[in-house]
Design a protein around this ligand. Structure first.
Ligand SMILES: C[S@@+](CC[C@H](N)C(=O)[O-])C[C@H]1O[C@@H](n2cnc3c(N)ncnc32)[C@H](O)[C@@H]1O
Length: 320
């Protein structure tokens, strides 16, 4: 899209988004750190309460910065840690409602069957084919959609015909990809085999997003097209590899991104092609706050240590 966009990336804690003015964000697309996920964020939080406290502070800031009538979307899932499932989806829903948002919708993102990643919990029953040994492998996440009040549709009358035309949703794509359903399967828009209906960001060694738990571009692309007009501002308070900003840039939207981990700076700049000149002259500004941290190397170190333990023959006791 031939439109010049601006992107402000802030390395710092998103519990405080002081750089953003009230009501300056038209859409949030984010995926918070998966609470102490054993293979992404081991022991990042001291307790589940600490995780919930962060969500509460971020929710408060999101309510402040979100423009009236606009959307905040969370890609997230309940988290299994040491045999206990933490109800992240329910808790984030409650927290966002308490912050003042309306709960508008929930979409289920179904991942390909080939994506079992590391858990392989269903294998327990294969080893012990008797009742009570059943643990399902998880192939879904929720996309939670919250709204700040109601949208005033007369806003469309204030937009130029050009912006309206550029923001028009492609109905052929909407129908073909079945975007109208509350279950999104064909992420990335193609069917490789029956088993790989959806392409997600696989944990392939050496790829840019390794160890970040990135979501696929297509999730950000759908949400940005469905909930913003060209030239508007998209925010990701948990930027990771910068998928949200990258897609916003491609779609002619501006973005703000917060990321705690300074060690992701190179990944972010690479993904945003920050060092390449574009025809449209997009602007990418990076701010480094004193509360930024260095996390990635130490998290990866912990993940490797865990992996070397779990790769040994599994006992039922360990998997529970
Ligand atoms: C699940 S990842 C986001 C991945 C992203 N959607 C992508 O596609 O790359 C969550 C990110 O939140 C960051 N994070 C954790 N706590 C944070 C905080 N308090 N403020 C800002 N970022 C934080 C983590 O370092 C991690 O990169």
């Amino acid at each position: 899209m031939m439109i010049s966009t601006k992107h402000k990336i802030i390395f710092g804690n998103s519990r405080d988004m002081r750089e953003l003015k009230d009501e300056s964000v038209h859409l949030t697309v984010t995926s918070p750190p998966y609470f102490n996920a054993p293979f992404d964020y081991p022991d990042l939080f001291k307790s589940y309460d600490e995780f919930l406290d962060l969500m509460k502070e971020v929710a408060g800031e999101l309510f402040r910065v979100t423009a009236s009538g606009r959307i905040a979307a969370f890609v997230t899932d309940d988290m299994l840690v040491d045999g206990e499932k933490f109800p992240v989806v329910a808790d984030i829903t409650r927290i966002m409602k308490d912050a003042g948002f309306r709960y508008r919708d929930r979409i289920v993102w179904v991942k390909p069957k080939g994506y079992i990643r590391i858990s392989r919990r269903s294998g327990v029953l294969l080893q012990h084919p008797y009742p009570m040994y059943f643990y399902p492998d998880n192939l879904q996440e929720s996309i939670l959609i919250f709204q700040k009040g109601k949208f005033d549709y007369s806003y469309l009358k204030t937009l130029s015909p050009k912006i309206l035309e550029q923001s028009r949703i492609n109905l052929k794509e909407y129908n073909e990809k079945e975007i109208y359903l509350s279950v999104w399967e064909n992420i990335d828009g193609f069917v490789a085999t029956d088993m790989w209906k959806i392409t997600n960001v696989l944990p392939i060694k050496g790829r840019l997003e390794e160890g970040i738990a990135a979501f696929p571009d297509e999730i950000a692309r759908r949400l940005i097209k469905l909930f913003t007009f060209v030239g508007e501002n998209v925010l990701d308070p948990f930027l990771g590899s910068a998928t949200t900003s990258k897609v916003a840039k491609e779609l002619g939207r501006n973005s703000f991104g917060y990321e705690l981990d300074l060690e992701l700076k190179e990944v972010v700049l690479k993904k945003l092609k920050a060092k390449q000149n574009t025809l449209t002259g997009d602007v990418i500004e990076v701010v480094q706050r004193p509360d930024a941290q260095r996390l990635r190397a130490s998290l990866q170190h912990k993940v490797k240590a865990r992996r070397s333990v779990t790769e040994k023959p599994k006992s039922v006791a360990k998997l529970k």
